[in-house]
Design a protein around this ligand. Structure first.
Ligand code: SF4
Ligand code: SF4
Length: 442
């Protein structure tokens, strides 16, 4: 710790713009109940890589007893932002607000290496821009469909690339035709609600089948689904990475787009996006033109499984004879508190057998851009999760977040497992459409 405590002259290391709240920091009573669910503590057993340790580091910096030097930053960087500690905490410490504020302080007040800066810039300028992701589809499709990917993988050529690029390649989903979503999908039968659909960024371009299934299921249940074409990225990746100013700009554009759509409910199907838009009231609290509108917008946001669980099912479900292992995405279970709804929806599909994955509270290692910036830790967590899934002998793994889908697919593939990982809504869609389980092979 000594190296963290030099040269601070008793002044807070944080600037005054949204500094991590001392009130929240003081709520931590150091009980340690959060330690067993913290993925980095589980991996490394180090106090400073636990929630309690990180809160202590924030306190030191706030009190002027530590600088935000490289070592200090590394412990904050290694946090997945999975929020498992918040679910476990008996004192109600709002760790989510602390880590987001701390990360924004790091990005404003510390200097990253040139390589890190370039890598982060590439990720933010690519993954938050659906247009750029769309441009990448064709070369990536050619890479996969021409057989080049199989050759490159088979010959082990990927090992010649830097680790972070290897990880990106391993996470690439099997690309098929992009399923476009109509700006308005009419309700089947009498309209029960008019809902807006958040399309996401990576999901919009690389897992478009999930958005298409979401629109179909909502429509089948009587929702008119509006997917505003001009909606930007919601900014989730930026918030979680401390890029506050850029995230605020995207949040404003998202609110504008959905206000114009005039919907009663805003539906998310990517847990990371859902947890972000539900916090717009906090993100835009100082924006005079948007603060109130952001609170109203956030109050309308719901995960698709919350929306469906609220409505008496109308569409007939056909049987799916599948053993399904359900994986709780952290941003659904911990950040949004949504656990029972996806299970309830899945268990109402005739013949479907739902099985639980042990250690459900612990992250699979996806966590926004975590698997791209900390590939070793992310792979270790992915391998741990895949090792818990394998003995379940499931036909399919279901979850509610695109990042988890890609992460677990890659982790299962490393074990030679071909178990498909699908979004919960894809199973509901298949059941409502009466598809045979052959759809899993596509
Ligand atoms: S958010 Fe997740 S990784 Fe970060 S301290 Fe909490 S439990 Fe650990
Ligand atoms: S469980 Fe809560 S109060 Fe206890 S150490 Fe963790 S954050 Fe602090």
């Amino acid at each position: 710790m000594a190296e963290m405590m030099e040269n601070t002259e008793g002044r807070s290391a944080f600037d005054t713009h949204h500094a991590p709240s001392n009130e929240i920091i003081e709520k931590c009573v150091h009980c340690g109940f959060c330690l067993p669910v913290c993925p980095t503590y589980v991996l490394w057993g180090q106090e400073m890589d636990s929630p309690r340790g990180r809160i202590y580091l924030m306190k030191l910096a706030s009190d002027g007893a530590a600088e935000m030097n490289e070592k200090w930053v590394s412990h904050i960087d290694s946090c997945l932002g999975c929020m498992a500690c918040m679910t476990a905490c008996p004192s109600g410490v709002d760790y989510g607000k602390l880590i987001e504020a701390t990360r924004a302080q790091i990005e404003r007040n510390t200097e990253r290496s040139r390589g890190e800066k370039l890598h982060r810039r590439f990720m933010f300028e690519t993954f938050t821009q659906p247009d750029r992701l769309r441009q990448m589809r064709l070369p990536l499709l050619v890479y996969q469909k021409s057989g080049l990917q199989a050759v490159v993988r088979g010959l082990g050529l990927l090992k010649l690339l830097p680790k972070k690029m290897q990880t990106m390649e391993a996470l690439l989903p099997k690309l098929g035709p992009r399923e476009a979503i109509a700006e308005v999908t009419p309700a089947v039968g009498t309209k029960r609600r008019r809902v807006g659909l958040v399309l996401g960024c990576v999901q919009r371009e690389f897992l478009s089948q999930v958005n298409a299934a979401t629109a179909r299921v909502l429509a089948a249940e009587g929702c008119e689904v509006v997917a505003p074409g001009e909606q930007p990225c919601c900014g989730a990746l930026l918030v979680h990475a401390g890029e506050e100013a850029a995230a605020v700009a995207l949040a404003k554009r998202t609110i504008d787009a959905f206000e114009r759509a005039n919907v009663e409910t805003v539906v998310t199907n990517a847990a990371g996006c859902g947890s972000n838009v539900k916090e717009y009231g906090h993100l835009l609290r100082d924006e005079p033109e948007y603060a109130e509108r952001a609170r109203a917008f956030a109050a309308k946001c719901k995960d698709v499984t919350e929306v469906l669980a609220e409505m008496e099912p109308r569409a007939k479900r056909s049987g799916l004879k599948l053993r399904v292992a359900f994986h709780d995405s952290c941003h659904l279970q911990h950040a949004q508190g949504v656990r029972s709804q996806p299970r309830s929806l899945l268990s109402k599909i005739p013949w479907l057998e739902l099985v639980e994955i042990p250690e459900a509270a612990i992250c699979c290692g996806s966590a926004g851009i975590f698997n791209l910036v900390q590939p070793d830790a992310a792979n270790a967590l992915g391998d741990r999760k895949a090792g818990l899934i394998e003995p379940l002998k499931a036909d399919v793994v279901a979850t509610g977040n695109p990042g988890c889908i890609l992460q677990m697919q890659a982790a299962l593939a490393r074990r030679g497992q071909k178990t498909p990982v699908l979004h919960t809504i894809q199973l509901l869609d298949a059941s409502i459409r009466g598809e045979s389980i052959e759809f899993l092979k596509r």
